[in-house]
Design a protein around this ligand. Structure first.
Ligand code: ZN
Length: 149
């Protein structure tokens, strides 16, 4: 396992769209392990491929219930809404209120190649939306509601 360097705001890689992963090989498994370690070290609840400079559709999330690795995650349905403060390991020292769904259902491939469906709510729903956004080059600051909007 190895720590990876977390890319921050000015890095153009954060604005690019990530490509799907079509084969879960040893490199992808190593990447997943490294991302989990990097997320833990930085005390984050999630990390997406582009944040470590890899433009592939992989995210890791840990909201305190153990790490989940999602490959090619797709949000299948959303329900309700929540407004709360959000931050990002790639945007240090910034925290802003963002509206997100209260619940999401996400489909992804796990490291064994199985398709999984996960329902998340509250913080987990927020983390899933935030990380999936990263795969499309979207940062949470793009979703902050400005006054008067
Ligand atoms: Zn982020």
């Amino acid at each position: 396992m190895a720590l990876r360097k977390i890319r921050t705001t000015e890095d153009p890689v954060l604005r690019k769209k990530s490509r799907p992963i079509d084969e879960i090989n040893d490199r992808i498994k190593q990447l997943a392990e490294d991302m989990i370690e990097t997320m833990r070290e930085a005390e984050g609840v999630g990390l997406a491929g582009p944040q470590v400079g890899i433009l592939r559709r992989i995210v890791v999330i840990d909201v305190g219930e153990g790490p989940i690795v999602m490959i090619n995650p797709k949000i299948k349905s959303i329900n309700g809404s929540q407004i709360g403060f959000e931050g990002c390991l790639s945007i240090p020292n910034v925290s802003e209120e963002v509206e997100r769904p209260q619940e999401v259902e996400v489909e992804f491939t796990d490291l064994e190649g199985n398709t999984q469906t996960l329902k998340g709510k509250d913080l987990l729903a927020r983390a899933i939306c935030h990380e999936v956004d990263h795969l499309d080059g979207i940062l949470f600051i793009d979703r902050v509601k400005r006054q008067g909007e």
